[in-house]
Design a protein around this ligand. Structure first.
Ligand SMILES: [Zn+2]
Length: 409
């Protein structure tokens, strides 16, 4: 049966170009980044989906006062399987990031340009390539009159690029009944050019803000104050001990196979050279292997901060702008095994389960207990000027998703 579907998918090249051209013409930049949001793109996609043989198409609107029409649209389109109690979801996002510096673009970011296998335009790869693959996989089933064993559904989200507040996060929190407890997710929004990365886990995200309080004074009389900058610098160095304390390795996360604890942003303190700063603020970006809990890292951080307070007679305030533990998807979950097998069958390569540094939409799903695989074969053009997608990869991944759907029981 898959041969018939694959043959059908090979005839969809012009469909890929048409879908991409129409979507690229709708700049779905978030209204929180000065854009118009997803409404126009969603209207176009609804017109496409309604002409197809879906059994159900509906929109989950999430209120956003900044958005056109006051809502951000999330589209669900279902093609029933023999078993309607279980659904394989392909989740892709409609929003795009702004084009950035236009001088770096060789073509208009919101007008599709096709050159050989490549379609140029903002959003062509992130995330329209995955969206089109997911759509063509089910179109092939429809065109060949094939019903999959379980329901196959598209979930086209709003707001992925800046935190999913009006997208998957809101759907899970307020519309949780959309999903069944046996459902599984494919998220075609990340991968590598070889198509070998089957992403099933991410590190816990932990961003820590440190505010060190000393006492400001003139730089010529340090004894009359207490230099917060110096204490802060010692604290930065001492936090390096976290690498020794949380030193487990997990091969899933190669090449960055340990937890990481990196000092990053530093806020400006005093504007002039001859003042000793009384306050100093910096941040630590921690990506913690899921075998640890963020709370354990924070307990260790508290100890280190205390030792610095004692040594330098300062106060250290510790805050966590982001603190999210992450549950990996089991590498033996059916959807993981099926993805590996399907990728191998289509591309004749050696796909393997992997973990990433964190901060993907996969975490929202995994934390709710749904198995979720992030997979695409792509050139990693997301957010770059002259973003493009590959027609070949789009069709190849459509075959991958169709094959997974045929075997997802
Ligand atoms: Zn994306």
């Amino acid at each position: 049966m898959e041969k018939e579907l694959f043959k059908k998918i090979d005839t969809y090249k012009q469909t890929v170009i048409d879908l991409q051209t129409n979507m690229i013409a709708c700049p779905a930049v978030s209204p929180h980044q000065g854009g118009k949001g997803e409404n126009a793109k969603a209207a176009y996609l609804l017109s496409v989906l309604k002409k197809m043989k879906f059994d159900e198409v509906y929109v989950i609107n999430i209120k956003d006062s900044k958005a056109q029409d006051g809502v951000r649209p999330n589209i669900v389109a279902k093609y029933y399987g023999e078993n309607k109690q279980k659904t394989l979801w392909v989740m892709a996002h409609m929003d795009v990031v702004p084009p950035g510096d236009l001088a770096l673009w060789k073509t208009d970011p919101f007008k599709a340009v096709v050159k050989g296998d490549k379609i140029y335009g903002r959003g062509s790869e992130d995330n329209q390539q995955g969206l089109v693959s997911g759509l063509l996989a089910v179109k092939a089933m429809m065109d060949c009159n094939v019903r999959p064993p379980c329901t196959y559904a598209l979930l086209l989200n709003a707001d992925e690029e800046i935190g999913s507040t009006y997208g998957i996060d809101a759907i899970l929190k307020k519309h949780g009944k959309t999903f069944g407890k046996n459902d599984a997710f494919l998220v075609p929004d990340g991968g590598n050019p070889e198509g070998t990365m089957v992403e099933i886990a991410e590190k816990n995200m932990l961003w820590v803000k440190f505010t060190v309080f000393g006492r400001q004074t003139h730089a010529s009389t340090p004894h009359s104050g207490n230099n917060a900058h110096r204490a802060s610098a010692h604290l930065v160095v001492k936090l390096g001990d976290l690498y020794k304390k949380f030193n487990k390795k997990d091969k899933l996360f190669a090449p960055e196979s340990t937890s990481t604890f990196e000092p990053t942003k530093r806020e400006a303190n005093v504007p002039n050279v001859n003042t000793i700063p009384g306050t100093d603020v910096f941040y630590l970006d921690c990506r913690v292997l899921p075998c640890y809990k963020n709370a354990d890292v924070l307990a260790e951080i508290a100890k280190i901060a205390k030792s610095i307070e004692k040594q330098f007679k300062v106060k250290v305030k510790v805050e966590t702008p982001i603190n999210e533990n992450s549950k990996p998807t089991d590498k033996n979950a059916a959807v993981v095994k099926l993805t590996q097998a399907a990728v191998k069958a289509v591309y004749k390569n050696a796909p393997r389960p992997m973990g990433v540094g964190g901060g993907t939409v996969g975490a929202y799903l995994r934390n709710q207990g749904y198995p979720a695989v992030v997979y695409s074969k792509l050139d990693d053009m997301a957010h770059q000027p002259n973003e493009y997608s590959s027609i070949k990869n789009t069709l190849g991944d459509a075959k991958v998703f169709a094959l997974i759907a045929l075997n997802f029981k």
